[in-house]
Design a binder for this molecule. Sequence first.
Ligand code: IMP
Length: 178
Amino acid sequence: MASLRVHDKEFDPFLTEEEIRTRVSFIADQLNTDYAGKRPLFIAILNGSFIFASDLFKELHIEAEICFIKLASYKGSRSTGHVVTAIGLDHEIYGRDVVIIEDIVDTGKTLTEFLPQLHHQQPASLRIVALLHKAEATVHPVQVDYIGFTIPDKFVVGYGLDYNGLGRNIPEIYKLVE
Ligand code: IMP
């Protein structure tokens, strides 16, 4: 794998297709075991998770549902502060075994703001699967139950992840040359 350019920046190879595939299968196996006999609802967070979610979902052999949502954040009133709303969440969460699919947990801000809204709807259980976890970058601790790769605090692209809109279609994952 050679390095590549996205917009104005240079990226070096980081994770190969094979490494990603192996890890996705491993996580799918865990989910197949942990959710056997249940009917979990997977909620994939767009845009970044679409490739991971699709590869992971294909490897689930249990009964499972999936929906895709977008998180929109805006500044609320002074009392509500920063607000995150889920667009497209058309499933009933109450009493369901819910699994959030994220591409990458970086500072943890996104999930920290969103998770209380889901808890509020009283799911039977709520777990998180993330392909990548920048553990060193955590500002808002989030419990990620299934992690593909723990990676250093470096900007990455490919396999659904973008740099200013580009790079999502790269089958491997590349990291920024600094
Ligand atoms: P957090 O709220 O800081 O945890 O950020 C999570 C979101 O930021 C992810 O879902 C990604 O969309 C985006 N993000 C964070 N780090 C990267 C990266 O290295 N490459 C591309 N997107 C990233």
